[in-house]
Design a binder for this molecule. Structure first.
Ligand code: ARG
Length: 591
């Protein structure tokens, strides 16, 4: 469906034209004085300059022209030349009825679907997931779902960190602990065991131990670097161990992501990109893009207009070793080859912004991407505790994702129990569903680039701008719909989605909120901004609750009126459900 603002603008533009003014002045926006009107057009002010007339005169002419338009119930010219607009309730009811009868609730699928790879999650093998990884997972998943809802081909890639020193560290630590393992026997020629020589909890203990040790013991670090080198050069026993580490780790990661309702189309790894490096390096040299500087191979990426120092992008160190950015560039080569994407979006901690600027420029300059391929960086801020410092456990340690989730669920369970009418089992299950909404909404309702305070108490509240409040609203609607169905002998909802003109201010406000759905969805995608979805559903939920408190739906005797309200509720519920789905959570049936 056409966006409501566009429909209004077309009507106003016609009036400008008929009055002899350039129709480009007919820009319409939501009102910034909702107490006075719903929409406004300020075009008479700039038009006044061109036509050398008082703005109020032009505004008056436009308003006179709009007299009799069936779209508006009120248009008024006010000083110095604003045009205040209110929609006609019949027109609004038609629009809302139209939304209800459309599969995508008035949203249009895009006419030119893009292939977009979204690089998010970014966990590192064998290192436990911590809250930093949570943001990437939550934000990336939401962007992916928003794009998909609008019809784009969204491909999520977890881009697993499996190629760094951490692998050598783990292998070296294992060797110290269990030197007799067959993987360390150079003369071994048989098949290696299928079973890994460690569990995930052992692995999670081994990595921090090894990392700690390497900081104190330079010899150990040297050995770990050597092991990394041997692994990267294909030493058989090390490769077999690495495979075990990978499998154990990936299984655990998948479970964790599943609990978050986050999933990836691709489980690509940094190691997968390595095969593309030699050819890429040769190409960059031959093309004259890369040159040797102090023994290292680099690509200059500074530009004349730079206001800050952008260092060259290093492709190979002087000892020939590749780096984090070599892997990222090779990954771009691989992605172009396998998927030829129109866009790649990276959802990574904003502290890596400069790094990505280098990588992007290097990719563009060396033409490993198409001229029209977009590389976008969505940097997110830090999640802090109430003390304003990066989020920690109560004991002061690094907060693990699992613990954070279980803390939230526990708090949610307590709150659900306060007015509990359900079995303990159901309360637990509901706490899990609602808990996820608390975490995700708490994160997504902030602009991604900003730091935010993780406040368990606030996030789990049923009141205010929170996930549980939104779910509570949906559950409330579900319960009214169920009562209505019961009242009508279990009848399913009508095919006819017609809604009657609003009978009250609060009903009209609810309808006006609903009309924003399609444009909101598009702009949250264009701006890569899930917080816009949150802001929209918060206003929508507020508008609904106000209407609900003022309207007796179930006891309404006029059956036509009642059915119209039920349709309005049904649409509100569907819009809210689509929105929470793109945010990455669901509503329970009761709570
Ligand atoms: N594994 C990295 C980290 O934990 C994040 C990876 C981000 N994505 C990328 N293509 N570099 O910091």
């Amino acid at each position: 469906m056409k966006k409501i603002l566009d429909l209004i603008a077309i009507e106003i533009a016609a009036a400008f034209k008929e009055c002899g003014y350039d129709e480009n002045y007919a820009k319409v926006t939501l009102s910034n004085r909702p107490d006075l009107c719903e929409y406004q057009c300020n075009g008479a002010l700039p038009a006044a300059k061109e036509y050398k007339k008082a703005p109020i005169m032009i505004a008056n002419e436009i308003v006179a022209k709009l007299e009799g338009s069936s779209m508006f119930s009120e248009t008024a010219a006010v000083m110095p030349g604003f045009i205040n607009i209110k929609l006609n309730t019949d027109f609004l009811a038609d629009y809302i009825s139209g939304m209800g009868s459309e599969e995508f609730l008035g949203c249009e699928k895009t006419e030119n679907p893009k292939t977009i790879i979204i690089d998010y999650g970014g966990p590192n093998v064998a290192k436990p997931l911590h809250v930093g990884h949570l943001r990437s997972a939550i934000i990336g998943e939401s962007i992916k779902r928003i794009g998909r809802f609008l019809g784009h081909n969204m491909i999520g890639d977890v881009h697993l960190g499996d190629w760094g020193l951490q692998m050598g560290l783990i292998i070296t630590e294992l060797k110290k602990r269990q030197p007799d393992l067959v993987y360390f026997d150079d003369s071994f020629e048989g098949e290696y065991p299928e079973e890994a020589p460690f569990t995930i909890s052992e692995l999670e203990e081994i990595y921090p131990a090894a990392s700690g040790r390497s900081k104190e013991d330079p010899e150990f670090k040297e050995e770990a670097m050597q092991a990394t080198f041997l692994l990267q050069n294909g030493t058989r026993g090390y490769m077999a161990l690495w495979n075990h580490i990978l499998n154990v780790s990936v299984n655990d990661l998948k479970k964790n992501y599943e609990n978050l309702d986050v999933s990836f189309e691709l489980w690509k790894k940094e190691s997968d990109a390595q095969a593309y490096i030699p050819e890429m390096v040769a190409y960059m040299k031959e093309g004259g893009y890369a040159h040797i500087s102090e023994g290292a191979l680099v690509v200059d990426v500074k530009e004349e207009t730079d206001t800050r120092e952008i260092p060259p992008c290093m492709i190979l160190k002087s000892d020939g070793a590749s780096l984090y950015n070599t892997t990222d560039l090779a990954t771009i080569v691989e992605r172009m080859k396998l998927f030829n994407p129109d866009e790649i979006i990276y959802v990574v901690d904003k502290r890596q912004e400069l790094y990505f600027e280098q990588v992007f420029r290097c990719a563009r300059k060396t033409k490993i991407i198409r001229d029209d391929t977009k590389l976008k960086f969505l940097g997110f801020g830090t999640m802090n505790g109430k003390d304003g410092k990066p989020f920690k456990t109560r004991q002061g340690g690094v907060m693990r994702l699992e613990n954070l989730i279980s803390d939230i669920n526990e708090e949610m369970y307590k709150k659900i129990n306060e007015n509990r009418t359900v079995s303990d089992e159901e309360a637990r299950a509901t706490a899990k569903i609602v808990g996820l909404s608390a975490v995700k909404y708490g994160d997504l309702s902030n602009q991604a680039s900003k730091d935010y305070v993780f406040d368990v108490d606030r996030f789990t509240s049923f009141e205010g701008d929170t996930g549980p409040y939104i779910l509570y609203t949906i559950v409330r609607i579900k319960s009214i719909l169920a009562k209505y169905a019961e009242q009508n002998g279990g009848q399913a909802l009508a095919e006819d989605k017609t809604v009657m003109p609003a009978a009250s201010e609060s009903e009209k406000s609810l309808m006006l909120e609903l009309t924003k759905f399609n444009s909101m969805m598009e702009s949250s995608f264009e701006d890569i901004a899930p917080h816009k979805v949150c802001a929209f559903i918060y206003s929508l939920a507020n508008a609904f609750n106000k209407f609900y408190h003022e309207t007796k739906i179930i006891s309404e005797e006029d059956k036509n009126q009642q059915k119209s309200w039920i349709n309005l509720l049904q649409l509100t519920k569907e819009v809210l459900e689509v929105c929470i789905d793109v945010l990455g959570f669901k509503a329970p049936d009761r709570m």
